[in-house]
Design a protein around this ligand. Structure first.
Ligand code: UDP
Ligand code: MG
Length: 167
């Protein structure tokens, strides 16, 4: 079954110059990249992304982590991969949430670490199921930024909206 999955290369992945390595590993899946961008992460976006974890003691730390405040890299790389069993394939390559428990050959096992304050800096986010993938993809991307029609859309006419264009 074809699925879409949101991948984030987190700020530690960018700081450690792992983008190329991670994309190479993900290319083993033979999935198709249907959207990609570098994105700034506001507190609101980070909190919405991790809202299912808001009661956890580490919530404040992972919000700062995703925003890049722990790595002086205030950005993430966001991608949507699409294809057969995309979620399972990408989560397998990513490895377990705890980088110490992740298989040593997985992305998190290879490049992740646990900080002294206990945060799992695991370099990559992968949606955990189809429901979460849809929620997350709609949070990070507008329909026009994705080159296939994943979810239903509607037309909205907006008037007198200022947009930036090249000078
Ligand atoms: N996390 C953490 N400590 C924990 C659990 C999670 O630092 O005990 C962080 C880790 O960076 C993880 C993120 O919070 O990737 C989101 O947690 P989730 O349970 O959704 O794990 P994932 O789906 O990323 O494997
Ligand atoms: Mg998760």
């Amino acid at each position: 079954m074809n699925q879409a999955v949101l991948i984030l290369i987190k700020p530690d992945g960018l700081k450690k110059s792992l983008t190329g390595n991670i994309l190479t590993r993900l290319s083993e899946t033979k999935l198709e990249i249907v959207a990609a961008k570098i994105a700034r992460v506001s507190k609101e976006l980070a909190e919405e992304h991790y809202k299912h974890l808001k009661d956890k003691p580490f919530f404040g730390e992972i919000i700062k982590y995703l925003q890049g405040e722990l790595h002086d890299r205030k950005k993430v790389m966001a991608l949507v991969y699409w294809g057969e069993d995309a979620i399972k394939k990408c989560r397998e390559l990513a490895g377990a949430t705890n980088p110490e428990e992740a298989e040593s050959t997985s992305i998190r096992g290879s490049y992740g670490r646990i900080t002294t304050s206990g945060v799992y800096e695991n370099v990559i986010h992968v949606s955990s199921n189809e429901f979460e993938a849809e929620r997350e993809i709609k949070l990070w991307f507008a329909p026009g930024e994705i080159i296939v029609d994943l979810y239903s859309t509607k037309d909205l006419v907006q008037k007198e909206i200022a947009i930036k264009v090249w000078d």
